[in-house]
Design a protein around this ligand. Structure first.
Ligand code: BMP
Length: 229
C-alpha cells in the first residue's frame, strides 16, 4: 500500500530559501483541514543539505516527497533514493525517460513510494510529433508505473495529457500535477482532468497568506471533484 494517500490533496512544493518561513508554514499546514503533502526538491537540498529532509521530518507528521528527479543508472539511482528514504522521505520522484530498469531498481528497495515523471509542465518539454501531445515514450512509462510504481507526475499545464493518461492507469496509481499558478494552469484544472494531487509552489510560498492559499487550493480540488462536505 502506498504511503501517500491515493485521495485528493495538495502537494506543497517547498522551493524557498527561507527556512524559518518553511518551518512556520509546515506547522500551520499540519494543523489545517485537508490532505497536504510536502515536496522537498533539489533547491532546498543544494542549499541546506540532505539534513533538511530529516529536519522537516522531525518537525511534523505530514508525508514528505523527495523530488530529486532521479535520473541516473539503476545502481546510482537506487543509492540516491535510499539516502532520501533514510533521511525520512516517504516517497521519491524518479524520471521515467531513463527506463524501466531505473524505476525498478528504486521500487526494489521497498522503502517507500516511487513516483515517476511521465511528462513535464514547462513549455519546452519535448512532445511527440505524431499529433499526440505527449512524449513518444509516455506509454512505456505508463506501463512501468502500472507494473511497479505508486504515482506519476503529469503536467497541470497540459490537462489533456492528464485526461488521456488517467484512463490508462491502474486505479491504485495516483497522479500528481505541477504547473499550477506561477506556470499558468488554473487551480482545479488538473483535478478536473483526473489528477489526484495538484503540486503548488510559488502560488502558496509567495502569497501574503500562504496557509489561506493552500486551503483555497484544497477547496478548489473538492469542488472540481464534486465532493464538498
Ligand atoms: P511552482 O508551483 O512554483 O511553479 O512549482 C512547481 C514545482 O513542481 C517545482 O517544485 C518544480 O520542481 C515541480 N515540477 C514542475 O514544475 N514541473 C514538472 O514537470 C515537474 C515538477 O516536479
Amino acid at each position: 500500500m502506498s504511503k501517500i494517500k491515493n485521495e485528493l490533496g495538495i502537494v506543497v512544493a517547498l522551493d524557498t530559501d527561507d527556512i524559518n518561513f518553511i518551518f512556520d508554514l509546515v506547522g500551520r499546514i499540519e494543523a489545517a483541514k485537508g490532505n497536504f503533502v510536502l515536496k522537498i526538491g533539489r533547491l532546498l537540498e543544494m542549499r541546506h543539505g540532505i539534513n533538511i529532509i530529516s529536519d522537516i521530518r522531525d518537525s511534523c507528521n505530514l508525508p514528505i516527497i523527495y523530488d530529486g528527479k532521479i535520473a541516473d543508472i539503476p545502481y546510482i539511482s537506487a543509492k540516491i533514493a535510499e539516502s532520501a528514504y533514510n533521511a525520512g522521505a516517504d516517497a521519491v520522484i524518479v524520471h521515467g525517460f531513463v527506463g524501466a530498469d531505473v524505476v525498478k531498481a528504486v521500487t526494489d528497495l521497498e522503502m517507500g513510494d516511487v513516483i515517476v515523471v511521465g511528462a513535464m509542465s514547462h513549455p519546452g518539454f519535448p512532445l511527440s510529433h505524431t499529433g499526440f501531445k505527449h512524449p513518444a515514450n509516455l506509454w512505456d512509462i505508463v506501463a512501468t508505473v502500472n507494473e511497479v510504481a505508486d504515482g506519476i507526475v503529469l503536467p497541470a499545464t497540459r490537462p489533456e495529457v492528464i485526461h488521456e493518461v488517467a484512463g490508462m492507469l491502474d486505479p491504485d496509481v495516483y497522479i500528481i500535477a505541477p504547473g499550477v499558478g506561477a506556470q499558468g494552469a488554473k487551480v482545479g484544472d488538473a483535478f478536473a482532468a483526473g489528477a489526484t494531487y495538484e503540486i503548488v509552489g510559488r502560488l502558496i510560498t509567495e502569497n501574503r497568506n500562504p496557509l489561506g492559499m493552500a486551503e483555497y487550493c484544497y477547496g478548489c480540488g473538492s469542488i472540481a471533484k464534486g465532493n464538498i462536505e
